[in-house]
Write a protein that binds this ligand. Structure first.
Ligand SMILES: [Zn+2]
Length: 135
């Protein structure tokens, strides 16, 4: 598998992890990712947050206070899927950006008449799921 495809697979897995587990720090996402079948090289927490910030399916929902062993306190961002739009596991495919679609999904994707994003439409709709739920 090419590195690019492998990266896409990880980006899809990250969104599924957030959907299943709810708000997570990037370190927690890394831990969940390492438990996942078929993921060999877990990206660093830095690359994980970069991957999440590029995906409109994931948003920052808050901060968590973390105390290290030497007593230093810091705040870690909490990421989650955008629950205003993503309510069921089947919504993931309808909100997935073209950059992480599989070749099969790309063939099914069309441009949303409202926002212009390329998405797989629910039930042949002309508006993507995000536009439907955010309006
Ligand atoms: Zn749209």
């Amino acid at each position: 598998m090419s590195r690019n495809n492998n990266n896409k697979r990880k980006r899809r897995a990250i969104v599924e992890i957030l959907f299943e587990h709810g708000p997570c720090t990037r370190e927690e996402v890394a831990a969940h990712l390492s438990n996942r079948r078929g993921v060999r090289h877990v990206p660093s927490p830095n690359s994980i947050s970069a991957l999440m910030s590029k995906n409109p399916q994931t948003i920052i929902v808050g901060k968590q206070k973390v105390e290290s062993t030497n007593g230093e306190k810091s705040f870690h961002m909490l990421f989650d899927v955008d629950r205003e739009v993503i309510k069921e596991i089947s919504d993931l495919i309808h909100t997935r950006p073209i950059s992480i679609m599989t070749p099969k999904e790309k063939k099914l994707a069309v441009q949303c008449k409202s926002c212009g994003c390329t998405r797989i439409m629910p039930d042949q709709a002309t508006k993507c799921l995000t536009c439907q739920r955010k309006s």
